[in-house]
Unconditional design. Structure first.
Length: 412
């Protein structure tokens, strides 16, 4: 969202100016009727079309923050353009809606970019993607210094063209660029008592995220998803700064049943003996909505996203994700000298195909140690994780014993 600000003077419409006949008269006079939404109220307003065009054709265009000043008032209403309508023939603006925003709270907006032509990467075997439609709306409420609520709505639909990838790469492409229409509501409840956001040594942080994507609001795939995360930090009495850090993450998701037409390798429908297409009933989630684990912020004995049960790892070793997740972490952080510190950690977790498959007995464990350097931009860390229960990938071939991670910031 642009930080550019423009001022727009409007007049609040009286009750006798709300009829359709009066609205038509206002438009003939070069005025545009509209509504200003916010703070639980909706104010009927009218603004000169010339001033409206000037306000919305600046450098930030339709994404500018508008200081709406109602005639007779001095306090501006900070707002963003919500919707406008144009005459189908003349092209004049016939109606406009604004929505008030709080400048001390985050505002998110996504701008779609259309790619023209064929990129050199696609010619050499790459892939070019285009986001055809994407809408994101977010509203936050700070209940107290400790508690916050965030509500979101998102709509996204991705189309790929100039596709150049192998069958083995397709799962990764599907995860990064889901080619299904997703329309979902989500919300977060946050409790934060940490004494430092980047490198705490006291307090707790709990966040509960929930998502609902029903097909009734346009989602091609319906599902519900919940992800609970909790972290605690304790300062240990010691001559040097020593911190015990604990983390736990649990995720569960469930896809709603839907029917899909079975297709062959060429994308053509598979028909039955009677000539009609064969329809399957499925309830899987898009790869972009599944859970993954392994890497420098989850279980450090595994490479990124390479942790999972047999049902969530393909025969070629590629992670496909699952509907259930458990990750547990424990870490001891100690300052050695100056800005240099050391850590010892133990992690455990796994990804499960279904949420009902969650089993603490199936968790994979890893332990290790690392070095921290307190730079001006935050901790720079190097961690070496070791698997505690190496498994056989194929006869005579074991998993890698250790994985090295280099990253910025604490692991959790």
């Amino acid at each position: 969202m642009s930080s550019d600000r423009v001022t727009l003077e409007v007049t609040e419409r009286a009750a006798d100016q709300l009829g359709s006949r009066r609205v038509r008269r206002l438009r003939k006079e070069g005025m545009v009727p509209g509504v200003l939404y916010g703070n639980g109220h909706a104010r009927a307003i009218v603004v000169a079309e010339r001033e409206l065009r000037a306000a919305l054709t600046g450098r930030s265009g339709l994404h500018a923050i508008v200081d709406v000043v109602i005639e007779g008032q001095t306090t501006p209403h900070h707002a963003v353009l919500k919707e406008y309508q144009r005459h189908p023939i003349r092209g004049t603006v016939t109606h406009v809606d604004f929505h008030e925003v709080r400048l001390d709270r985050p505002i998110q907006a996504t701008v779609s970019v259309q790619l023209v032509g064929e990129s050199p990467g696609a010619k050499q075997g790459g892939v070019v993607q285009q986001v055809t439609r994407e809408v994101r709306v977010e509203a936050g409420l700070r209940l107290s210094p400790r508690y916050s609520l965030v509500g979101r709505y998102s709509y996204e639909h991705t189309r790929l063209f100039d596709e150049r990838f192998t069958d083995e790469e397709k799962p990764l492409i599907d995860r990064l660029f889901p080619q299904v229409r997703l329309s979902k509501f989500s919300g977060s409840f946050i409790r934060d008592t940490r004494n430092d956001v980047i490198d705490p040594d006291g307090g707790t942080f709990v966040i509960l995220d929930s998502e609902l994507a029903p097909r009734a609001i346009g989602s091609e795939v319906g599902f519900v998803r919940t992800f609970l995360q909790g972290f605690a930090f304790y300062r240990v009495p010691a001559p040097r700064r020593t911190v015990l850090a604990f983390g736990a993450r649990v995720g569960a998701a469930h896809g709603f049943r839907r029917t899909v037409v079975r297709e062959d390798q060429n994308g053509a429908p598979v028909t039955g003996p009677d000539g009609s297409p064969i329809v399957d009933v499925v309830q899987d989630l898009p790869a972009s909505e599944r859970f993954f684990a392994g890497g420098d912020t989850t279980v450090r004995g595994f490479s990124l996203d390479r942790l999972g049960t047999d049902a969530t790892i393909s025969p070629t070793g590629f992670p496909t994700g699952g509907n259930g997740l458990v990750v547990l972490n424990g870490e001891l952080r100690a300052t050695l000298i100056g800005s240099v510190g050391a850590v010892a950690f133990i992690d455990a977790g796994n990804v499960f195909l279904r949420a009902t498959d969650l089993d603490l007995g199936e968790l994979r464990a890893a332990a290790g140690f690392g070095i921290r350097y307190q730079s001006p931009v935050g901790p720079i860390r190097v961690d070496l994780g070791f698997k505690l229960d190496r498994r056989e990938l194929s006869p005579g071939r074991l998993e890698r014993r250790s994985v090295l991670h280099i990253s910025l910031g604490q692991a959790f």
